[in-house]
Design a protein around this ligand. Structure first.
Ligand code: B1M
Length: 213
């Protein structure tokens, strides 16, 4: 197998044997984020496909998630960091009912490496908790992540609850089941502030930078 194929295979097989040396070798060729978005994400896509076809069970997908998390944790130290004063404070949460957090945590890493203070509320976060944290932290924006189809609907509910609570701070939404169109047609009409769709973590950073300028 080529290096790229091996990296994808660690994720698919949920195996860490030899992972770190291969990540280090990949770092001599690619930037950390390229490794994540390239071979590691390709592995995750394959895991999703196999899982969908009932060829993997949840326990195996969890092991794949572990490999992804270990990889991201190893690569993080090599990511570019900008030493700026804090550009803004952003609340981040995976919405109620959803446990997927790899993408959200990647967004946290990218934003915090680029001058943002992130309040990461974790997974399965109900709207009440987001409202409370927003008020406590006096945050500049709120980031919602969710991968399940039902999470997209939960984002609509969250936006409605934030609106009812009188909050109109910008919201950034992202995650696999979400689309720009759903964001525009279904979430935006339920909210008084800006609702921005981010297709990936770098897009999230670009949007945050535009917002704060
Ligand atoms: Co689950 N899962 N899972 N899963 N899982 C999916 C999402 C699924 C598509 C797999 C499939 O069937 N093909 C499917 C969803 C179906 C649907 O609703 N359409 C699914 C399912 C069904 C489930 C369960 C229901 C399975 C079950 O129990 N029967 C269950 C759900 C439990 C729950 O949430 N209540 C479940 C559980 C799990 C595990 C726990 C085993 C594990 C998660 C571990 C963890 O996160 N700690 C898991 C995994 C790993 C996946 C797949 C395989 C991979 C997800 C991932 O981590 N991708 C996934 C299939 C797939 O996506 N290929 C799948 C890598 C990550 C970096 O990408 O999160 O998309 P992603 O983030 C991207 C962008 O989306 C974006 O930036 C990132 C890239 O830069 N982004 C943002 C994300 N959030 C953002 C927020 C932003 C900005 C950008 O701003 C705020």
């Amino acid at each position: 197998l080529t290096l790229e194929e091996r990296l994808a295979a660690y994720v698919v097989e949920g195996s860490k044997e030899g992972l770190v040396p291969d990540l280090d070798e990949a770092l001599t060729k690619y930037a950390p984020l390229k490794i994540i978005n390239g071979p590691l994400m390709a592995g995750m896509e394959e895991v999703g496909r196999l899982f969908n076809n009932n060829e993997l069970i949840v326990a195996e997908v969890l092991q794949s998630a572990e490999v992804m998390k270990t990889s991201v944790a190893h690569l993080e130290q090599f990511m570019e960091k900008t030493e700026t004063s804090v550009k803004g404070k952003i609340i981040l949460a995976t919405v109620k009912g959803d446990v997927h957090d790899i993408g959200k945590n990647l967004v946290e890493i990218i934003l915090s490496n680029n001058g943002y203070r992130i309040i990461n509320l974790g997974i399965k976060v109900p709207p009440e908790r987001i409202i409370e944290a927003y008020r406590e932290e006096k945050a500049d924006a709120i980031g919602l992540s969710g991968l399940l189809v039902k999470s997209a609907q939960q984002m609509v509910v969250t936006a409605q609850d934030l609106k009812t609570a009188g909050i109109d701070a910008p919201i950034m939404v992202g995650g696999a089941a979400l689309t720009r169109k759903f964001t525009k047609n279904r979430i935006r009409p339920e909210y008084n502030g800006l609702v921005l769709y981010a297709k990936d973590a770098m897009d999230g950073l670009d949007l945050a930078n535009k917002l704060m300028n």
